[in-house]
Design a protein around this ligand. Structure first.
Ligand code: HEC
Length: 487
């Protein structure tokens, strides 16, 4: 029941006089606030209607947290992982923010399933709401695209290998599959181009489409009007119609608060982990996708051998088509679930099927000792990595690669590379198990000392396998100048 404002027909006379924003006496076009708040809900406000606005809230939360993450993120194979590690380990509340964003994406999937289930149970896709349903299906697909592209961005082992599997699925599409995969990856292999493509999709293209389709979805919803309860005679429904504000608005706000509470608690007590940096040469890694993709992942396994196209392409595409076309296939006005046994059974069957596939995947992982051991190792690696203090990036800016050198020293650097000194002293000169670091060696030995140990290695060096340097005088001088510059 709407509360009576002090002056009938207005929210705030001072503001209304100047903007007309809440003036009930004006038409809807002139009074946008009225148009939003006075939406009539047949049968009255209900907790069952909170999921749509919950999704809107979650989307806004993803936009805001995502903007903060983007302040630190660099979408390149060299730096992505380091910047996420920096954000997670060093930046104040960085880990919390990243966790809210990551859990937010799971929350969207959960609330989306609740929203779709409510729509389905209430038969709310029927009648004038066909286009509304179609816009919703597009949003569903866009959300899946967001979670797929977002998963890669941290560029840790899990992200890299799960996305490798994910993009490989495309090759099952005849003719255009492989070109499509190359287009998405920006080449045959996953690398910086893949990351920047996924980044652009995740941050610009998909969100822009989502905003457009959310607008369309809400517009079509307001045109069609709320579906209201599943039964009841029109007279009683009319009498119990209620405006959106205040009761439904309060329900929606309460649900948003529940979401905020859950995300906040999870992010605080169970922060999202980050694994070691992606290592494409690791052949043992067992990839597992995000939990909501696990049933799909298990389903694909059954089809890997024969009939791959059928299982991986035809059946899912057919299912998606059926889902999208639902309001066109099921045209009876009947909305009571117990009078729609066929729809209900299919819906139940799909949910039970997805749950079962998830369960089977989990059980298989536990049963196979090799896989269970590898998964446990991966988990331990992640735990160890997240505990380690943040290490700034050395590879790209190694003193060896980036140090400004005099012409003669850079000539010496070439000799150093040619003579394979790197093999023992390490690519970034920081040493390997077979030889010590050479960083700072210019401080330790002067030029003449360096000359003598290079020409006549000490016993320890000889024991370590270091041969006397055998190059012409010019190269030797240059090599010494290079070592001298390592201060
Ligand atoms: C087969 C492995 C190997 C190769 C190849 C090698 N070194 Fe060494 N180098 C060693 C070992 C081992 C030591 C240290 C021995 C010790 O003192 O314990 C060493 C020590 C040195 C030192 C002295 C470091 C110090 O702190 O005193 C210098 C200088 C050096 N190497 C330069 C070179 C240069 C220049 C090359 C290429 C021409 C080269 N090394 C190639 C194994 C190698």
């Amino acid at each position: 029941m709407a509360t009576q404002p002090k002056e009938p027909g207005t929210y705030n006379p001072w503001i209304d006089q100047r903007t007309g924003i809440g003036d009930r006496r004006k038409g809807i076009a002139e009074s946008p606030l009225r148009a939003v708040l006075d939406e009539a809900i047949p049968g009255g406000a209900s907790l069952a209607y909170v999921f749509g606005s919950g999704l809107l809230y979650l989307f806004l939360s993803q936009v805001v947290t995502g903007m903060f993450l983007a302040l630190y993120y660099v979408p390149s194979a060299d730096h992505a992982h380091t910047t996420v590690a920096y954000l997670t380990k060093e930046v104040t509340s960085g880990s919390f923010l990243r966790s809210v964003h990551a859990y937010g994406s799971s929350a969207i999937v959960i609330v989306l399933l609740l929203h779709v289930s409510q729509t389905f149970l209430y038969g709310a896709y029927k009648g004038r709401r066909k286009l509304l349903w179609l816009a919703g299906c597009v949003l569903f697909a866009l959300m899946l695209g967001m979670s797929f592209t977002g998963y890669l961005l941290p560029w840790d082992q899990k992200a890299y290998f799960a996305t490798t599997v994910g993009t490989n699925i495309l090759t099952y599409i005849p003719v255009i599959g492989s070109p499509l995969k190359s287009l998405l990856r920006g080449g045959a292999e996953m690398g910086t181009l893949t990351l920047s493509r996924f980044f652009v999709l995740h941050v610009f293209l998909l969100p822009a489409l989502i905003v457009i389709f959310i607008a369309a979805h809400i517009f079509l919803f307001r045109k069609a009007g709320p579906a209201g309860p599943i039964q009841g005679d029109p007279q009683t429904l009319k009498r119990s119609t209620e405006p959106f504000y205040p009761k439904q608005a309060v329900f929606d706000l309460l649900f948003a608060l529940v979401i905020i509470g859950c995300l906040g608690l999870l992010a605080h007590y169970l922060p999202v982990a980050l694994g070691p940096k992606a290592n494409p040469s690791d052949t043992h890694y067992v990839p597992r996708p995000e939990w909501y993709y696990i049933p799909v992942f298990q389903w694909l396994k059954y089809w890997e051998s024969g009939f791959a196209v059928v299982g991986i392409l035809v059946i899912p595409a057919f299912a998606a088509l059926l889902f999208t076309a639902l309001p066109f296939l099921d045209r009876r006005p009947e909305r009571r679930p117990w009078k729609r046994p066929v729809s209900m059974s299919i819906y139940g069957f799909i949910f039970i099927g997805l749950g079962a596939l998830g369960g089977i995947s989990h059980r298989n992982d536990l049963r196979d000792p090799a896989i269970a051991a590898q998964l446990a190792k991966q988990q331990a690696d992640v735990a160890a990595f997240i505990k380690k203090p943040f290490e700034p990036e050395l590879a790209g800016v190694s003193p060896f690669a980036a140090m400004p050198l005099s012409p003669v020293a850079s000539q010496g650097k070439k000799v150093f590379e040619r003579e394979r000194c790197i093999e023992c002293h390490g690519e970034d000169l920081s040493g390997t198990p077979s030889a010590p670091s050479l960083l700072g060696v210019g401080q330790k030995h002067d030029a003449s000392r360096l000359r003598s140990i290079l020409q006549q290695p000490s016993d320890a060096m000889a024991d370590g396998g270091m041969q006397p340097v055998d190059v012409n005088e010019e190269d030797l001088t240059a090599l010494i100048a290079f070592l001298e510059s390592l201060k």
